[in-house]
Each structure stands twice: as structure tokens, then as C-alpha cells.
Write a protein of this length. Sequence first.
Length: 135
Amino acid sequence: MSHFVWPVRVYYEDTDSAGVVYYANYLKFMERARTEWLRSLGYEQDALAREDGIVFMVRSVDLHYRRPARFNDLLQVSTRVEELKKASLLFAQTILRVGEGENPLCSGHVRVACVAVDSLKPKAIPPLLLAEIAS
């Protein structure tokens, strides 16, 4: 399955009192990259909720922090679907500082479940989207 990369600039608001990116903000950067990956496939999350009655929710996260990012760094968030099931996806995601090669700052896995908007119970990913992801 395809590999998607999204750039993220570190803003002052992303940093903590030590001047490094606050650990939880890496999750926000990964979320943005997954949203942009979905958009690159031609799908908007609000439209999926409205038209297909589904939303994607994070089910689990396993992250490894290796080196800190700092204010004004330009980062690259890499996103790849590692596992595709009927109602869930497992993403492998890595955050790198641009210009530093393949030395990750943070990497891990995020499992996302597809759920019905009204009940928040698991619901199958729509067939067209499932096929697009699988290709």
C-alpha cells in the first residue's frame, strides 16, 4: 500500500517550556498527515460522516520518541497503511526533520477504527474507499 508524506512546520505553540515539541503534539502531526492522506485519495472526513455515516477513531497508539523537534523545524510525517481490515486500518507513521536523512524523531503505529456516526460501533469501510486504500 502506498506511502504518503506530509510536511509540518513546528510553531512556537507546539513547544513546551524546554523549547522542544511537546510529546502529545507528535500525535497531532500524525493525525494531520492521516487526514491529508485520506484527502489525497479524494475523501473528506466530513463528507464520509454526512454521506456514508462513518467516522474514523483512534483505537490504539504505540509511539517511540527518539530525538526532539524544536521551534521552526520543518518536519516530514510519513504515513503508510500497514494493515487493512474490514473496519480498521493500522498505520505505520514516522516523523523526520527535513534534511537529516532517515533518522526518525518519532515513529510508531496508530490503529484507526471505522465506526458508525450514530452509534460509534464498528462499521465496514465503504467498498469504494476500501478498494482505493488497497490499490
